[in-house]
Design a protein around this ligand. Structure first.
Ligand SMILES: Cc1ncc(COP(=O)(O)O)c(C=O)c1O
Length: 358
């Protein structure tokens, strides 16, 4: 499904240079690489502020804490996005309610959200799932008219653009992850928050360092330690210029799978256009166990992103909620290998295996 070593070996020279730059600087946290990466990513995304944090889950938690309006306590999100928002919102002390997803985009939409948006809701988290920047323009204005803030989860969609705007620049604030399998991956954990709101950026800057206003002076509650270290910032800075090329390659891989699947039992979701960065090559089939076994017999691994809706997770206190589209797709989705370092021969092998299903 993935082979991280290939990307590391390919980028070895630029990563080594970055590594040496950090050692030479003598800074280990909140130093020049961190600051430069924040600036570079903010420019890339077209937002005023980027703040590095320790992971994508921390980014979600801090973003939710920052924008939750006073007097409200509920976060609404999709239940098919791996549970990261649920972990973050619950850790922040808020309740989570799930909205169903659109059957084409597999992301929440204004229509699927509206039934959940009661007066206690303060935050909606929109996950741009699988790399697909879902259009949140109408959703953001609808939410703002009701005093609800919108957090974009861009962990799978960094670099996606719609009408000249980047994923992460549509809502009030955005969270992203640099987990190594992400389109922009570190050599360890990392995450970031993006916003153009000065007040929110100032709050995040405090929350990620114990709630400090200045050193040793705790000004706001619920702070934590969540910093992006110099080493990861330097690696990410070295890789950022490669991101658009990687995203193009991912889209291309998915389109080749789609062509191979045409007319067969697998429906590969499209990834054409700048609004999609092909984080995962996802297909739907009513016959998943059979298809997975047939592909595996031809040497093609698959995975499922994600097999259990959040509301059915034991650890989240499964509340027997049921959402029709979310339930159905959790039984039909499967992911095919998709990472930029796949060779043309390997892509061809996957295409051949897909064609053999017809
Ligand atoms: C959509 C989404 N949100 C959040 C996260 C959490 O990021 P992290 O693993 O860096 O905590 C991930 C991936 O891991 C993700 O895919």
């Amino acid at each position: 499904m993935n082979d991280l070593a290939r990307g590391i070996f390919r980028d070895r020279e630029r990563l080594t240079t970055a590594f040496e730059r950090v050692l030479d600087s003598g800074y280990v946290v909140m130093g020049p690489n961190h600051n430069e990466f924040q600036r570079a990513l903010a420019a890339y995304l077209g937002v005023k502020h980027v703040l590095g944090v320790a992971s994508g889950t921390d980014a979600l938690e801090l973003a939710i804490k920052t924008v939750m309006p006073a007097g409200r306590n509920t976060v609404v999100t999709a239940a098919n996005a791996g549970g990261y928002t649920s972990v973050a919102a619950k850790h922040a002390g808020f309740s989570v309610r799930y909205a169903d997803v659109d059957s084409e985009s597999l992301c929440v939409s204004l229509e699927t959200l509206v039934p959940s948006l009661t007066d206690d809701v303060g935050v909606v988290v929109v996950t741009h799932l699988y790399g697909n920047l879902t259009d949140v323009t109408n959703l953001v204005s609808y939410c703002h008219n009701r005093g609800i803030r919108v957090v974009e989860d861009c962990a799978q969609a960094i670099g996606a653009t719609l009408d000249g705007k980047s994923a992460g620049s549509f809502g009030d604030i955005a969270a992203t992850s640099f987990y190594p399998t992400k389109n922009l991956g570190a050599i360890g954990d990392g995450g970031a928050i993006a916003t153009s709101n000065d007040e929110f950026a100032a709050i995040v800057a405090q929350l990620r360092q114990y709630g400090w206003s200045t050193k040793y002076r705790v000004e706001i509650p619920a702070g934590t330690n969540s910093r992006l270290d110099e080493m990861q910032a330097a690696f990410l800075l070295a890789r950022l210029p490669l991101l658009d090329g990687f995203n193009e390659r991912r889209r291309d891989i998915i389109e080749r799978y789609r062509a191979a699947a045409a007319g067969g039992p697998l429906r590969v979701l499209p990834a054409l256009g700048g609004h999609h960065v092909g984080h995962l090559a996802v297909a739907l089939t009513a016959n998943r166990d059979y298809v997975r076994a047939a592909l595996l017999a031809l040497g093609v691994q698959t995975d499922i992103h994600f097999p259990i809706p959040d509301y059915a997770q034991l650890g989240f206190g499964s509340d027997l909620q049921s959402l029709a589209t979310t339930d159905r797709i959790s039984k039909e989705i499967l992911s095919l290998p998709c990472f930029p370092e796949l060779t043309d021969e390997e892509i061809q092998q996957v295409c051949g295996a897909i064609e053999s299903l017809k």
